[in-house]
Design a protein around this ligand. Structure first.
Ligand SMILES: [Zn+2]
Length: 78
């Protein structure tokens, strides 16, 4: 329930930025130490355009753990 459903590789995943309908290329893995255990990872999806904006948002709060391409993220077992 914690990660977006990416059931089939053919499914288009959409950027998490508000109002954006662009296909996501990046996965931003983050964790809020106040509410999550350290190993827990929440994910946001970002298109090329919103990657910087979303990582800054999370980075400013000290939540951002990792930014990887969607391809890379799907290749690893989570
Ligand atoms: Zn976007």
């Amino acid at each position: 329930m914690n990660t977006p459903e990416t059931t089939a590789e053919t499914d288009t995943v959409i950027c998490s930025a508000k109002g954006c309908r662009a296909p996501a290329v990046w996965v931003l893995a983050w964790n809020n130490p106040k509410i999550h255990t350290p190993e827990r990872r929440k994910t946001w999806l970002a298109c090329e355009e919103h990657r910087e904006h979303l990582s800054k948002f999370l980075g400013m709060r000290g939540f951002l753990k990792d930014v990887v391409t969607l391809e890379e993220w799907s290749a690893t077992d989570h």
